[in-house]
Unconditional design. Structure first.
Lengths: 439, 149
């Protein structure tokens, strides 16, 4: 289902009258929302690589938190990833992979290990000092993404209804009782406030979901970086196709949650439920993180009378695709803490590139944030094209009715960037990423 | 008795489907009295999926089973029974959108290339594309896209 660039598309349908008609025509020709320029390709691939290294930490630590920290009342050391999880083989890298996306190793990435040892200080200190100095991978960003997925419920898939089912409640009950079997205080609190504990289990489940989601994205991004370094991508659409095909290939990966208590694994969301990476993780992730999240305090009034924040969560539009990349220092949107993480792993060609513009090195964090925004528009394009291929028709379909359905789909997707409600159209960065001078 | 499984096994072009149904342990279910309506993708339909898609599904039986049961509906529905019917709920739980007109017989984005193949325990419609569940956001997006600018 590779989307091949088409040149005769416009012959079959009249031109679109959509405000983003140029982008619609580009999508119909197999392109991305991001213009196909060598500069864009370099920026997005460079950022994929810079993102993949901290992401290799995020997915490992998310699984550690979901599986072993679980309901620990004072999880002060949850970011201190044990060796067991650094060595945890990625299912999609290495010789033993279920499906090999990256030709590299299945254990933690060497650049990550080096950074964990010496940090930005480039000095080997006990882990606690790096942590207290905040010279570490910022898991706050990963947890913010998890919370966005938890909070924006109703994103589709079968997992959410399952988390409200009696079966889930019983699975959690078994895990909670096992986890606190030597802690009468916590068991007493559980008896008093069972719903609070259940909600904590739901948060833990979503932590596992995000970890399993990113376990795949990290090797995909590493492989894309390697292909680019070898001169393998001719343009932005090639990079988008690689992602779109990857989404299909991995769509059926199981999504589950299990907890290790006293050396025994307890299922909270068993693999046998049939939950999949595409429906229960990827689609909810894109919706919650790329589109919605939540407004950064200080930029929007939370006063209900001010009507600045939509009453309907479906209208939330504070994700990366709408973000003003001002470095506010937040874990949410704009995700400055993620940008800080990526800053440590930029490929040299991007470091050199950023030096040429704006305020050079001093401005790198903002410039890379804008490149990251471009790269996420490309990932969103891959999701849109994969959705078109999965639910609709090929771009070169000979049936005009099918092409019209494809157009309705593309226009419906881009309508999300030109809705005047709550100023969504003005917040959207789709028009800005069309311009190479936005940096 | 000729079952739905017998039809798939005894006709060319369904070897991927037969393998998938066997791996997912659905053979016995599809040999039961039913009746069922099965939208059966051909080998060519499976071949249109990007590399790795089937590998991942075959490695994960519950997930494979979910995709396969999306192609099965309880009851015997021939094409003539479905005229004017907008959708059918599958055994997976999600719906398949139907479009039957003079131009043809479509289920979601798949075209039925051979309809009404009868078995003793149901009916088979052969389709040219593997169907994937349309998520809940798909419908409002399509409606939004139909509004003229």
């Amino acid at each position: 289902m590779t989307t091949t660039l088409l040149t005769e598309q416009s012959i079959k349908l009249p031109s679109s009258s959509h405000p983003y008609a140029d982008v619609i025509h580009r999508l119909e020709a197999g392109g991305s929302m991001l213009p196909d320029t060598p500069e864009n390709l370099m920026q997005i691939i460079g950022l994929y690589k810079a993102y993949a290294v901290p992401m290799d930490f995020y997915w490992r630590d998310l699984l550690y938190i979901a599986e072993q920290v679980f309901l620990e009342p004072l999880p002060a050391f949850k970011y201190f990833l044990p060796q067991e999880y650094l060595d945890l083989p990625n299912h999609y890298a290495g010789d033993e992979a279920d499906l090999r996306f990256w030709r590299g190793q299945e254990t933690a990435h060497p650049e990550l290990l080096e950074f964990m040892e010496k940090g930005e200080l480039k000095t080997k200190l006990p882990k606690i000092f790096h942590h207290l100095y905040h010279d570490r991978i910022n898991m706050e960003f990963a947890e913010e993404c998890m919370r966005a997925m938890l909070w924006h419920r109703g994103l589709g898939g079968e997992l959410e209804p399952f988390m409200d089912s009696e079966e889930y409640r019983q699975n959690c009950d078994r895990a909670i009782r096992a986890f606190f079997k030597n802690n009468p205080v916590m068991l007493g609190l559980y008896k008093l406030f069972p719903e609070m504990f259940l909600e904590q289990c739901r948060q833990s489940t979503m932590t596992s979901v995000l970890g399993l989601f990113w376990e795949i994205m990290a090797p995909v991004f590493f492989e894309m970086s390697d292909i680019y370094d070898e001169g393998g991508f001719k343009g932005v659409p090639d990079a988008m196709d690689f992602l779109a095909n990857g989404i299909f290939a991995i769509a059926g990966r199981p999504i589950y949650h299990r907890v290790k208590v006293g050396g025994e694994w307890l299922d909270i969301v068993p693999k046998s439920k049939g939950f999949t990476w595409l429906y229960e993780a990827a689609f909810p992730y894109v919706e919650a993180v790329f589109y919605r999240t939540s407004p950064f305090r200080g930029t929007k009034s939370y006063n209900a009378q001010a009507h600045e924040i939509p009453t309907d969560q479906n209208d939330f539009h504070y994700g990366i695709l709408y973000a003003d990349k001002f470095p506010v220092g937040s874990a949410g949107i704009p995700p400055t803490l993620l940008h800080q993480d990526m800053y440590h792993f930029l490929p040299q060609y991007l470091v050199d590139y950023y030096k040429q513009f704006c305020r050079g090195e001093d401005d790198t964090l903002i410039q890379l944030a804008v490149s990251f925004q471009r790269s996420m528009f490309n990932v969103t394009s891959a999701v849109i094209q994969a959705g078109r291929a999965a639910f609709l028709y090929p771009l070169d379909d000979p049936n005009p009715q099918h092409l019209l359905a494809n157009r309705h789909y593309f226009e419906g997707q881009l309508n999300r960037f030109c809705n005047p409600k709550y100023g969504m159209d003005k917040a959207s960065r789709l028009d800005m990423v069309q311009d190479q001078n936005y940096r | 008795m000729t079952t739905i499984v017998d039809i798939a096994v005894n006709n060319e072009g369904f070897s991927t489907l037969v393998t998938a149904v066997t791996v997912a342990s659905l053979v016995e279910a599809l040999q039961s009295p039913g009746p069922f309506t099965v939208f059966a993708p051909t080998d060519a339909a499976f071949a249109k999926l990007p590399a790795g898609t089937i590998t991942t599904l075959v490695q994960n039986v519950p997930q494979l089973s979910r995709i396969l049961t999306y192609h099965v509906v309880a009851g015997r529905y021939k094409k003539a029974d479905l005229i004017g019917v907008k959708s059918l709920t599958t055994l997976e739980g999600s719906v398949i959108d139907l479009n039957i007109s003079e131009q043809g017989f479509e289920a979601n984005n798949a075209t039925v290339i051979a309809a009404d193949i009868e078995a003793d325990n149901g009916v088979v419609h052969v389709i040219d594309t593997v169907m994937l569940m349309r998520p809940h956001w798909f419908y409002p997006i399509m409606e939004s896209g139909k509004v003229l600018h």
